[in-house]
Design a binder for this molecule. Sequence first.
Ligand code: NAD
Length: 363
Amino acid sequence: MGNRRSFLKKSGLFVAASSLPISVFSIPRKKQKLGVALVGLGYYSTDLLAPALQLTEHCELKGIVTGSPEKVPVWQRKYGIEDHNVYNYENMHTIADNDEIDVVYIVLPNKLHLPYTLIAANAGKHVWCEKPMATTVAECEQMITVCRKNKVQLTIGYRMQHEPVTQTVIGWRESKPYGTIKNIYAEAGFVNRANDPKHWKVNTELGGGAMFDMGVYPLNATRYVTGLEPIAVSATQENTRSHIFDADETTFFNLEFPNGITAECKTTFAQSINTLKVDCEKGWYALSPFQAYSGVRGEASDGRILQPFKGNEQATQMDDDALAILNNTEDKIVVPGMEGLKDIRVVEAIFASAADGGKRITL
Ligand code: NAD
């Protein structure tokens, strides 16, 4: 205070300034870091997002929303989360009164993305929501509408679009170093050893199954390397463990894009696969793996190698998304809600085709 007074005295502003309401001097400086609350403390929040938040420049892990009281002291100790920033699903809406939380990150089973996005948006918080955005186009539309109404940003956690090797090949849709794209092969899967048929990831009730979990990656990749939307879809599904998997264990889907571009895609919970190959008029390029947490590596028909990114994918994603909020540049969101919706529009057609014996469905 002494310093400010003497500065104001010297500058001749003392009388006028001291009669100003105190709030003029207490306008908070623009936040440098956003307070993030993770909703759902399962595998992805625990193993990937919380550690990655420690590496971000523009975010801080400030809050948690959980239905598991036993996790609270563990998270509080590990990340210094204060009591007033701990919520459960019943009182999560009161986060509206908490200025320390700017962003609510939904990391829940897929069918719960809609209801908890609505709670967060109606509380006036920006929403980051994990992929897949939701399980139907109608759910996605509702999420977009409610976020718009509350003037909060909505971003989907498709980390690959923030990853530099992926961004290089996305850039090739303009520079076309191998000519125009002809065919794409994209497949992503891992061996899901679930043995409980009630687990949400193998059950349709909460949006489980390989297509929602891993299939959105090859789908999203066909859309980001072409910059185009598919015009027709055909799909089939296979289930070798139907005593466990109520949802799809394996989905094959073929996409037709404008200009005769085709894509052959596969996703599965029965095999470890992870490749994106793009055949072009004058050569090819491939990323393998193309959606791993690290080590995404590219090679091309002319011997070009794209070396893996050394940074942290999730930290990069969250910093990009935080900057769009801090700078109020909604148009710079890398993966806005509409991008998540576009995938789900195709997923709906994939499920419809598979249910109809692989019938070609136009979009
Ligand atoms: P998970 O099952 O490990 O965690 C889900 C959490 O939700 C658990 O803590 C669980 O207690 C909680 N939950 C709350 N209500 C529930 C209910 N009614 N039924 C079941 N669980 C309930 O799942 P996860 O692997 O952490 O996946 C969460 C989300 O993150 C999914 O949308 C998934 O697609 C996404 N994810 C994204 C990536 C990525 O790379 N971007 C990776 C993994 C998962």
